[in-house]
Design a binder for this molecule. Structure first.
Ligand SMILES: Cc1cc2nc3c(=O)[nH]c(=O)nc-3n(C[C@H](O)[C@H](O)[C@H](O)COP(=O)(O)O)c2cc1C
Length: 385
């Protein structure tokens, strides 16, 4: 029997062995000097627990409800583009694993399979993450397709007016469709199982824009995304337009200040994802955990708050819940699982996080996730508004 992954960091090591360097770096990298990337992990170490001893934690519950949907653990799978680069079945494997483990998968605009293909294999709830591109008709058509395919919620990413500059991808020359230059070929040649999947599996494309992808000329990934998928001209008026168009739950992802959170709530969003995009967009932002309390205080119960960026442990999730998040999203954590073991690997990552959340709840003396509040942690002064 194959050895199970015992932690997210274990999965990362396995992914490092299976993937060529340019794919590993695509997952791992942040923007510019990666200060925000590092700050995300460091923030979780600054928040410490205050346990309640001898408080009968023999029965424990971590199920919760997000935007009207019950999930078995307070962890959702974040929207991630181009997962076909990471594993043969990309988002199809992620959707199946999410359904089996009872949580939500948020499908990216930049997914490598189309949102319809993903909906067809999904057995659990799906949300759709939208990038507002420059063409409003195309935006409206994506929203219509998500609605027709039964997506429960729409999640507008507001932190990507342009793509962040990621030196690692520029160095490796990541293109769409991917072309293996000499250096990448030499590296990939040793990663037999990845190379086999890459050469024999479905082509790596942006699944939702199959007709738009340039067939012959490879452009660098960031140039393609900047031209077609994101729009520096987007404003709050576009959010109001979207609110009108989409009648189901609407979230904004990438909010990092109380002012932006308040504006979004005034425009009628149902949820806010406090996120710095895992340190891949604006370098110089604080950790998302750092921004959480001021946003939670500003929003109170007018919208549900989720958090991502830097989550690698179940205890990180419990800390975020203590500071005001309903649940968390993970990105890299499940990508490492996907890279190592496909669908099974994503499932194992969710099991690992659920186990760590369960043990943390017991150790801090709060049997139920709903009992976790700020009394469960010591919060550094800098995190308080
Ligand atoms: C390889 C990769 C691709 C991503 N693609 C998208 C995307 O297409 N849309 C989006 O809103 N966020 C995207 N993100 C950001 C994630 O949704 C999420 O905010 C981030 O990964 C959370 O940080 P973590 O990776 O430390 O968990 C991407 C992240 C990674 C690592």
């Amino acid at each position: 029997m194959r050895r199970k992954m015992h932690s997210v960091f274990h999965a990362r090591e396995m992914a490092r062995r299976r993937l060529p360097r340019f794919v590993f770096d695509f997952i791992e990298g942040g923007s510019l000097d990666e200060q925000t990337l590092r700050a995300n992990r460091a923030a979780f170490e600054k928040v410490t627990f205050v346990p309640k001893s001898l408080s009968d934690v023999s029965h424990r519950e971590q199920e919760t409800r997000v935007l009207g949907q019950d999930i078995r653990l307070p962890v959702l799978l974040a929207p991630v583009g181009m997962t076909r680069l990471v594993a043969r079945e990309g988002e199809l494997a992620v959707a199946r694993a999410a359904g089996k483990k009872g949580t939500v998968f948020v499908v990216s605009t930049a997914s490598s399979f189309s949102l319809e293909e993903i909906a067809k294999v999904a057995t659990g709830p799906l949300w759709f993450q939208l990038y507002l591109g420059p063409d409003r008709d195309l935006n409206a058509s994506l929203v219509g397709r998500a609605s027709d395919s039964g997506y429960h919620a729409l999640c507008l990413a507001v932190d990507t007016p342009v793509l962040g500059k990621r030196d690692r991808d520029l160095r490796s020359g990541l293109t769409i469709p991917p072309r293996l230059g000499i250096r990448n070929i030499m590296d990939a040649a040793w990663r037999f199982s990845w190379l086999f999947d890459f050469l024999t599996g479905p082509k790596v494309v942006f699944g939702n824009f199959k007709d738009l992808v340039p067939g012959k000329s490879a452009v660098t990934m960031s140039a393609y995304v900047n031209q077609k998928i994101v729009n520096p001209g987007a404003t709050w008026e576009d959010l109001a337009w979207l609110r009108d168009l989409w009648k189901r739950p609407l979230l904004v992802k990438g909010i990092m200040s109380r002012e932006d959170a308040a504006k979004a709530v005034e425009l009628g969003v149902d949820g806010i994802v406090v996120s710095n995009h895992g340190g891949r967009q604006l370098d110089g932002l604080p950790a998302s955990l750092h921004a959480l309390t001021e946003i939670a205080d500003a929003v109170r119960d007018r919208a549900e708050i989720l958090l991502d960026s830097g989550i690698c442990r179940g205890s990180d999730v419990v800390k975020a819940v203590a500071l005001g998040a309903r649940a968390c999203l993970v990105g890299r954590a499940y990508l490492w699982g996907l890279a190592s073991r496909g669908e099974e690997g994503v499932g194992q990552i969710l099991d690992v996080l659920a186990d760590e959340i369960d043990r943390t709840l017991a150790l801090i003396g709060r049997g139920k996730l709903s009992e976790v509040d700020r009394s469960a942690v010591r919060i550094p002064k800098a995190f308080l508004s």
